[in-house]
Design a protein around this ligand. Structure first.
Ligand SMILES: NC(=O)c1ccc[n+]([C@@H]2O[C@H](COP(=O)([O-])OP(=O)(O)OC[C@H]3O[C@@H](n4cnc5c(N)ncnc54)[C@H](OP(=O)(O)O)[C@@H]3O)[C@@H](O)[C@H]2O)c1
Length: 163
């Protein structure tokens, strides 16, 4: 499957399967600030940060007053010799935005509670998910590299053994 077809498939999945109101492809948008303005004309209240770099800069310009940014990751900045700077951090002051990072291992003790909450929703079809399954440990390196080139559609998992 070509990368263009893959990208279109992902965008449709976000809207039709996961129920997002809108979705756009950052690779097709020459001006991220303008794209965010177009999709969020009233601004952004909550941003779940996984990307960093140019996307974060564009999001900062589009945040609403008292908005919140939960920082989970910054994948665009991994493995770079010189990570990009962030230019629009002053927004945090002017718009009184709160930005806070977190690590999943700090919250492992809440995992049983998470399952209790989420499993019934999955069973009822209220929460859906998509997995991109790579078979065998030997396929793990390519699957990992694929994360950085947009090869995966859904959560990338590697099946080491089927019990
Ligand atoms: N805080 C924590 O405890 C914690 C724990 C685990 C993971 N994380 C973070 O969570 C994020 C998601 O990780 P994941 O393992 O779940 O991966 P994932 O979302 O399954 O896959 C990574 C996705 O990142 C996108 N991507 C790659 N390079 C990009 C770039 N330069 N700009 C924008 N998007 C890019 C790709 O999407 P496209 O196909 O559209 O390019 C790829 O599908 C990462 O930032 C990771 O570091 C945080």
């Amino acid at each position: 499957m070509s990368l263009e077809v893959l990208e279109a498939k992902k965008r449709l999945m976000l809207k039709n399967k996961f129920g997002f109101n809108e979705a756009f492809n950052y690779k097709e948008e020459p001006d991220l600030h303008a794209a965010l303005k177009r999709y969020f004309p009233e601004g952004i209240d909550i941003y779940f940060e996984n990307v960093g770099g140019k996307m974060l800069d564009a999001v900062l310009l589009n945040m609403r007053a008292h908005g919140r940014i939960a920082v989970c990751g910054m994948i665009s900045q991994y493995n770079l010799e010189n990570p990009e700077g962030v230019h629009n951090l002053m927004t945090l002051v002017g718009k009184q935005v709160r930005m806070e990072g977190f690590m999943v291992f700090e919250y492992y003790h809440l995992y049983p509670k998470f399952l209790e909450l989420v499993l019934p929703h999955i069973k009822e079809g209220k929460i859906t998910y998509v997995e991109d399954v790579a078979e065998g440990l030997e396929s793990a390196p390519a699957a990992l590299i694929g994360l950085f080139t947009g090869r995966n559609v859904g959560k990338q998992v590697v099946v080491v053994a089927r019990e």
